[in-house]
Design a protein around this ligand. Structure first.
Ligand SMILES: [Fe+2]
Ligand SMILES: [Fe+2]
Length: 240
């Protein structure tokens, strides 16, 4: 029975942006998180330019993590055109990288998809006009379909949705208004609100806000490393 599981302490953080010059190792922080939490969730932009070498550096730190690590890629992890290679390196290090799938850890279902841009509410970009615009919108819709399929697989009562892009405006507030449409899409929140989830985490908006809610009232947390959190640390802790 999944209900018999005690609350799971989930540490969540995004936008690590690991670089080849490796000015910042995450080994020590991951060690601290391993003592503080039961699971580490990473919400994408794990590497700065999507280089396999950057992924290898992060993989070493992930191997030093003594709790399960689960997460998604971000747009930066695609920059070099090698997301499969980056994914393989991180999976080999033991990370459960989700790209339209779900997994269960300690009685909690984790669903992950990167998501995509496109804007929010009535001002969302619509599928109209040039083929390039239609392709852009279709990418956003594809991500939500993959999210929906993954959410249907979840059998646990408690679940966490892991995204890179933001599903709502509230958690990107403080970013320049001009870039809101590139920071996420309400199509993600519309999909999530068809299900009951315990929490939604995302990154990508480095200057956004920590907490918000979907139109259906479900809690959303922007856990980008740069965001100020109640823990006072680069990571959030959620009791799920
Ligand atoms: Fe980022
Ligand atoms: Fe990003």
């Amino acid at each position: 029975m999944t209900e018999a599981h005690p609350p799971l302490r989930v540490a969540a953080m995004g936008d690590l942006h690991v670089r080849e010059d490796n000015v910042e190792s995450y080994r020590e922080l991951f060690g601290e998180i391993s003592r503080e939490a039961d699971v580490l969730v990473l919400t994408g932009d794990l590497t700065d330019l999507g280089k396999p070498r950057e992924a290898e550096l992060l993989a070493q730190d992930i191997k030093a993590c003594s709790i399960p690590v689960v997460g998604v890629l971000g747009n930066h992890d695609y920059e070099c055109g090698a997301p499969e290679e980056v994914s393989r390196i991180l999976r080999d290090a033991g990370m459960r990288l989700l790209d339209g799938q779900s997994c269960e850890i300690g009685g909690v279902g984790f669903v992950g998809v990167k998501g995509f841009a496109g804007g929010f509410g009535r001002r969302m970009l619509g599928s109209f006009g040039e083929p390039a615009i239609k392709q852009f919108v279709s990418e956003a819709m594809n991500e939500t379909l993959r999210l929906e399929n993954a959410m249907r697989q979840v059998r646990t009562k408690r679940s966490v949705v892991i995204l890179h892009y933001a599903p709502i405006v509230e958690t990107i507030e403080s970013e320049p208004l001009e870039i809101y449409p590139f920071l996420g899409s309400s199509r993600l929140a519309e999909t999530i609100d068809r299900f009951k989830v315990t929490a939604i985490v995302h990154g990508h908006a480095h200057r956004g806000r920590y907490e918000g809610r979907t139109p259906g009232g479900q809690p959303v947390y922007n856990v980008a490393r740069h965001i100020e959190k109640p823990t006072g640390k680069p990571y959030a802790i959620l009791e799920i």
